[in-house]
Design a protein around this ligand. Structure first.
Ligand SMILES: Nc1ncnc2c1ncn2[C@@H]1O[C@H](COP(=O)(O)OP(=O)(O)OP(=O)(O)O)[C@@H](O)[C@H]1O
Ligand SMILES: [Mg+2]
Length: 342
């Protein structure tokens, strides 16, 4: 399952690269290729150049460059032919129990290096999946082999790592990427792949990926493969996200049709396009916040009506029942506004 990172480099394997998912094809190869987290990168660069690399703990949401950063560090530290003997990379697909600590990790750390200078690197990706026992066993291993081995733990949730391990590491938080950081990288890929994209298509990708670079690249690739041109409409359709026109229709039906017709039409659209009620409600919320002036009155009531609905939906109630209460809530507000207006 572990492809050495340098194999993903485009110049080494052009034929293979064409079939690679773009998240791998455009995985940053060096620390300089990484966008964002400049302070983290410069700190790590300094550690490396002063030969004082501590144990590391990277944490933060998905797709923000944690795995890419440590792989780029490793490539900077080791030559290609020493990579396999000096770097042990474990991720969630490997066993995460105490056995892996006593077995592979211990034997890797305790084997003498043939290269006299420098230390070995153990990368524990997705370390939040490690059991408590394994984490406890790791404390001792880290201490015992600090002289010739550095550990880098990577996780999404810091709270899943026991305090004793946290205190042995220098922590770095990888926050979500801002649109300003994502857009230039996306534009680079767009140019490399000669993609036809509209400005609103770009905006849609950035909005839907909320700071997750992996997600943005995946949306870009799947949309352009499925539809050719990347527009707001194709992005939303490709991700199964309701389009603005779908939301407009849903509102229109809810407000202007009688209950059964509104319910059935929404259900049909939902099924046809594979939309989730949760996304519909989120979009309606956004629409409300974008503030369509003339409907301000009406929407204010809807927010109040929908919050308990979203809450109940999140706790896993039947979507059909929830849909019927959504339509009822809409029509209740409509009647209120109509009666007030007349
Ligand atoms: N800071 C970044 N700069 C450039 N590309 C990035 C960055 N972060 C993520 N990417 C892109 O997203 C892909 C996934 O990144 P990476 O595997 O480093 O994320 P991660 O933080 O380890 O996520 P997870 O927590 O899900 O493991 C990379 O291959 C790269 O294409
Ligand atoms: Mg990762």
């Amino acid at each position: 399952s572990k492809i050495p990172a340098y194999m993903a480099s485009t110049d080494k394997a052009p034929a293979q690269a064409r079939n690679l998912p773009w998240v791998e094809k455009y995985r940053p190869q060096t620390l300089d290729d990484l966008i964002s987290h400049k302070d983290i990168l410069s700190t790590i660069q300094r550690f490396i150049s002063e030969d004082k690399l501590p144990h590391l703990l990277f944490y933060g949401p998905p797709g923000t460059g944690k795995t890419s950063t440590i792989l780029a560090c490793a490539r900077q530290l080791y030559k290609e032919k020493e990579f396999n003997s000096m770097v042990l990379e474990l991720n969630a697909s490997d066993d995460r129990g105490i056995g892996v600590v006593r077995g592979p990790i211990l034997s890797f750390a305790s084997t003498r290096t043939i290269f006299k200078k420098g230390f070995k690197l153990v990368i524990l990706d997705e370390a939040d999946a490690m059991t408590q026992d394994a984490q406890n066993a790791l404390r001792r291993v880290i201490e015992k082999f600090t002289e010739n081995t550095r550990f880098c733990m990577i996780c999404n949730y810091l709270s899943k790592i026991i305090p004793a391990l946290q205190s042995r590491c220098t922590r770095f938080r990888f926050g979500p990427l801002s649109p300003d950081q994502m857009i230039p990288r996306l534009e680079y890929v767009i140019q490399q792949e000669s993609i036809d994209i509209t400005p609103d298509g770009m905006k849609a990708i950035v909005t839907l990926s909320s700071g997750d670079m992996r997600r943005s690249l995946n949306i870009l690739q799947s949309t352009s493969m499925a539809y050719g041109k990347v527009t707001e409409e194709t992005v939303y359709t490709c991700t199964g996200h309701p389009l603005r026109s779908d939301i407009a229709n849903i509102l229109d039906w809810s407000l202007n049709k009688e209950f059964t017709a509104a319910y059935n039409q929404i259900l049909q659209l939902k099924t046809l396009k594979g939309l989730a009620l949760h996304d519909i409600l989120t979009e309606i919320h956004l629409l409300i916040h974008r503030g369509i002036r003339c409907l301000e009155h009406l929407f204010f009531g809807l927010i109040n009506g929908m919050s308990p609905l979203r809450h109940r939906l999140a706790s896993g109630t039947n979507e059909k029942i929830q849909l019927s209460s959504m339509v009822a809530a809409f029509q209740g507000v409509r009647d209120l506004v109509v009666s007030e207006a007349s």
